[in-house]
Design a protein. Structure first.
Length: 127
């Protein structure tokens, strides 16, 4: 069960439901796009695609699900979305994602794991 509150935008909805990680990511993206200090946010795509008869790799598995930029500071952020309780479902991938978060933070950006809109807001607002 996940309670969603877009509290920092004055848009309040509370919905308790079982949802997929993709749905949670969509809710977080929608909330971030409404946030007055978010210039933009995008989702990362990872996979393989066939282009002109050749397979190409898109993205990296260690990249976080969401990336974006704050305004007016221009600060970069990345958020890895996880369902509550499934943060360490795949230990090797979790380790890679945690290292990516450390790297972004060391470079001056904001980054972290989020299981809710509130956690995503906390990540982008960290100093």
């Amino acid at each position: 069960m996940i309670a969603l509150k877009l509290h920092k935008q004055g848009y309040h909805t509370t919905r308790e439901t079982s949802m997929t990680e993709t749905e949670l990511q969509g809710n977080i993206m929608e909330a971030l796009n409404r946030h007055r200090l978010v210039l933009f946010c995008r989702n990362n795509t990872v996979g393989t695609a066939k282009v002109k008869g050749r397979y190409i790799t898109i993205g990296k598995k260690s990249d976080c699900d969401i990336y974006g930029m704050m305004k007016p500071s221009g600060r970069y952020f990345e958020i890895e979305v996880k369902l509550p309780g499934e943060e360490k479902k795949n230990p090797e991938r979790y380790k890679q994602q945690a290292q990516r978060i450390v790297d972004v933070r060391n470079g001056g950006g904001a980054a972290g794991f989020a299981t809710s809109i509130e956690q995503a807001y906390d990540i982008i607002m960290e100093q």
